[in-house]
Design a protein around this ligand. Sequence first.
Ligand code: GLA
Length: 353
Amino acid sequence: MEKRFYGTTAEGLAVEEYTLTNPAGMEVKIITYGGIITSIRVPDRSGLVANVTLGFSNLRDYETKSPYFGCITGRYANRIAGGRFSIDGVEYTLALNNGPNALHGGLRGFDKRVWAAKPVSGADGEGVELSYLSPDGEEGYPGNLSVTVRYTVTADNALRIDYAASTDKPTVVNLTNHAYFNLGGEGTGTTYGHILKLNADTYTPVDANMIPTGELAPVAGTPLDFRLPRLIGPGCRSNHEQIVRGKGYDHNFVLNRPSPEDWALVLAARLYHPASGRIMEAWTTEPGVQFYGGNFLDGSIYGASGRAYRQGDGLCLETQHYPDSPNQPGFPSTLLRPGEAYRTTTVYKFMTD
Ligand code: GLA
């Protein structure tokens, strides 16, 4: 475990970078600004190591132009319709930062906060625990929310993320990490040649504003059918209404579970890059995963190695509760009450063919 000074925010706060490694040659870098994963280096089938996550080379870019690269996303990852929700008859109003919706925790969500950090290396591997106290009313959300996010690099080339939170007033919480992956290496072009398998028979279709209709629709017979491994490229430009609305893949998949109340780790996704032989599995305790294909990358930003990021150059597998759950009584609840413990875990595991 290594720790170094990374930079100073525009407001003058010091940001540190932690480097976590394991004996198998995996290396992950995390900064205390946004809890951002800035680099994930893993070997390909011939042992060649590359950074497989999109990011920048400096703090200023993260502060000013990041499309949520690698960050802790909250309090509420994904969209809340109209930026409104009610708890116990009290309505709360959030800033609208995505057309008519609130997205990813607001104007200044968890991705734009400097987190406290402490090393927590142990038997599981090298780790760092980040913590943040989000004050009552921050970005419109009720309750003082105490959050910890622990990143661990394990011996078997996995990055494990453990999220925990507690509150002193009823609130809503939906935490994820927004890392963009490209198993061919950051800055090497599109992910269209990746093959994806998702453990989901259904997904939550969206309206024209990207808000779930409330229905759980079967993926069968649509470009969203990833039950068997499927090449990503062709579906991205399908004329299927959902793909048109998302400008590609930008959908929440409902993860299959052995039983509805079983929230153990389940395999959510398996991503395969045939050219390098790299494989990534995403395991999670969450009910859903947002597969976002990097549709809004438009070539205007340049990544860590100085190359432009264009549409599809990275993809996200954001493990989460479903979008707009606070307004969807039929979805698994995102409500957190005082005395309750919010705990979720997601594991990104890397291997080769
Ligand atoms: C999520 C959303 C996308 C987009 C990205 C950030 O994945 O679903 O629509 O907002 O975040 O660019």
